[in-house]
Design a protein around this ligand. Structure first.
Ligand code: MRU
Length: 352
């Protein structure tokens, strides 16, 4: 993969489509280096998703959609008579790169549903990928409005993982709400869990908040309960990788503990997602596949082993928060208080 300079853009987007290639900000190097990758092949896209150069459910879906466009171009060149079959096989492999974020499969399903011919395939696929990207940005604008409306002036908030522009097409979901609420003068304090083991909170969320001139205090994940017990925290605001039909929430490991602490200490909880993260085909959170990643993410830090020699690890990178711990589910289709199957089904039917 080649590297290049940071593109200039008013609305910060972590991926930029250039027709012949996708430019992607390498999130593994943030906050200390801003390097952009140039992706020309679907294998490079798969590698970027699998190895976290891009992460965050909506950003993964958008990147995969652009990957499908790149794949179609090469398949048509290399297998003119059989390109569609090979293309579908390549997409099936891409879909396996990260199992929990449903946006990946959702975006690829949208690309596969197009009626393609030999002559129109590239143009139609490119159009659809750009539409997926643009719709995500518009959706996030709506989420920021709806979510910030719920927050009363003078509030203190805690967030977990990274749900800002980097995790989406632009703007962000939960962090988009926090940024909007800050800009509206509603927030007193913003706390961010550092988010072990990959440190999306201290590396990415703190970086994004600084870009918006929003002061933020990073806490270790284990401090969340004590923060809520010892200071007044009004809201815990998070995103999700997938919402089951009953409102259960799959999100970055540590979300469940923070949600339990919020319930115990009277902080309200808000989960902010695009509808593309809602999986009505999965009845409850317990059916959502939870990605397990390499032990080394837990046992090492910055490439240096910190755990005792011979120690092994258990590294599920998501957890499932039961719906009864969610006070508000914010989507572009509407805001649901105390989500459950009945309310989500009604919302799915309303606009679906
Ligand atoms: O492993 P990651 O960094 O892809 O996990 C990201 C999260 O868990 C986010 O909270 C979630 O995808 C929502 S992003 C808007």
């Amino acid at each position: 993969m080649q590297q290049s300079e940071t593109p200039q853009d008013d609305l910060f987007q972590p991926m930029i489509w250039h027709g012949s290639h996708l430019q992607l900000l390498d999130q593994r190097l943030l906050p200390h280096q801003e390097q952009w990758l140039r992706l020309e092949q679907i294998e490079q896209v798969a590698d970027a998703i699998k190895n976290l150069a891009v992460r965050g459910a909506p950003a993964i879906g958008i990147t995969a959609a652009y990957g499908a466009v790149l794949a179609a171009r090469r398949c048509q060149q290399q297998y003119p008579d059989d390109w569609h079959r090979v293309w579908l096989e390549e997409l099936a492999e891409l879909a396996q790169t990260r199992p929990t974020a449903v946006n990946l499969r959702w975006a690829l399903a949208r690309m596969q549903a197009l009626e393609l011919s030999d002559s129109n395939a590239f143009a139609l696929l490119e159009q659809e990928a750009i539409a997926i990207h643009r719709e995500d940005i518009a959706c996030n604008q709506q989420l920021a409005r709806s979510g910030s409306d719920l927050i009363q002036a003078g509030s203190s908030v805690l967030t977990h993982c990274n749900t800002g522009p980097l995790a989406t097409g632009a703007i962000g979901t939960a962090l988009g709400v926090i940024i909007a609420a800050w800009q509206q003068g509603r927030l007193k304090q913003v706390f961010a869990d550092e988010t072990r083991p990959w440190l999306q909170g201290s590396r990415l969320t703190a970086w994004e908040l600084a870009r918006h001139q929003i002061p933020c205090q990073v806490i270790i994940d284990g401090a969340a309960a004590w923060l809520m017990a010892s200071q007044s925290i009004d809201w815990l605001i998070v995103g999700a990788d997938r919402i089951a039909a009953n409102g259960d929430v799959a999100n970055k490991i540590g979300t469940y503990s923070a949600m339990l602490a919020a319930r115990a200490h009277g902080a309200r909880t808000m989960v902010v997602v695009p509808w593309s993260s809602v999986d009505m085909a999965t009845a409850t959170g317990m059916q959502i596949p939870v990605e397990q990643r390499d032990d080394s993410e837990v046992l090492s830090l910055g490439g240096q082993r910190i755990a005792a020699t011979d120690a092994a690890a258990w590294n599920p990178v998501f957890d499932i928060t039961p719906a009864h711990l969610v006070d508000f589910l914010v989507t572009e289709r509407g805001v649901i208080a105390k989500p459950d199957t009945e309310k989500l089904t009604a919302l799915a039917k309303a606009d679906g």
